[in-house]
Design a protein around this ligand. Sequence first.
Ligand SMILES: *Cc1c(COP(=O)(O)O)cnc(C)c1O
Length: 413
Amino acid sequence: MTQIFPKLDIPQTIAAGPGPGNTDERVLAAYAGAGLADHMHGDVLRGMVECKKMLRAVWGTENIHTYGVAGTGWSGLDVMFSGVMPGDKVVIFTNGTFSGIDGLTVRMKAATKDELAADSLNPQAASVVTIEVPHGQSVTGDIIEAALAEHKPKWAAMAHWETGSGRINDIAGFSAACEKHGAMGLVDAVSSLGVGDFRIDDFPGIHGWASCPQKGICCLPLTYAPVSFTDRFIETLKATGTRTFVHHPILEARHWGIIDGKDVEKGTYHRTHSAYAVAAFHEALRITLEQGVSARAEEYAFHESALRAAVEAMGCKVTSNMTSLIVLNLPDDLAGREMELVQSCRAQNFGIWPTLSEPVQVRIGILNLLNRATITDIAHRFAQAIRDMGGKIEQSSVDNALNTVYAKAIAAE
Ligand SMILES: *Cc1c(COP(=O)(O)O)cnc(C)c1O
């Protein structure tokens, strides 16, 4: 017997985790409001070309090969890492969950046929050097310089903002070392695009960039992972080729109106794009540019500082330095109970997260939650969760910490 389940209802939660971020109402309205038009309709193609141009402004680049890859962050990263061919020499820097998975992706791409067959889900590729930086620390320019000087790889890869441990890595040092040692830099910018203030074209050592729809771009309804590649990346890829059709950096660009390295007025078929997704992504990019990348970055830094002050007033120790996310240890008397606390918050639809690799810490995110009322609500809920576990918190010290930060904004107005 075929079972038909009742209609699926999913509740509204406070998505206060590392991602996905809270999708803007305007994005949802654009998604639901688009008509059904096929993927070769003139307005869909025009929308994709406009997205491509807005995306260049968001990334801060003149790279022709700048567009969106249908799917999530890993889809964009797969397109970027498809430049890596079996036997290619790669140095990858890891300092948490996501750069760790980037490392696995790189080993899968760089493994020879025999290396892949020997351990296909976790291949050990002799041509890949992994530099492991401990959880909670950033990848520094010195670490990068030393590794690239020693190994002189074809590719070097790193996460810009490692969401697993909440750490910002030294992108300027990475770019400089790549230039100096002739490596082509590849960057996982999944967590930083739309949150941090940076421009691709300021980092000439980096040739491939990949991000996601659902974090800083606030466009969860499965849409597009932004990517950008320099001409050198594209020429290198053209020379070696790569074994994918759908995630091919050159072929995937065609539907966005990038053909033979040039902008053309209209894209040509690569795959069936959704008018809904194009409309939603278009609106998300409009919102980002209306606010401005720098202004948005300042807002994140400001509200992060308020939430940080509040959790420190609760006795928590913050170990992160990203501005969309706080990673913390509980006060000493509750140490070791981080997972329990996260689970009790999640059971109340207060969607905070643990770290996904050891050590277990608490992660509280503020993606698209940038206002005083919401940050205060998050701080109050978190304080209550600590109290529910027997922790002692002075409500007045939490409120004073928040007020002190927010008073600065009022004074500045
Ligand atoms: C979230 C994240 C990813 C994975 O993105 P998905 O959208 O889940 O595919 C990869 N890298 C980093 C740094 C991330 O923060």
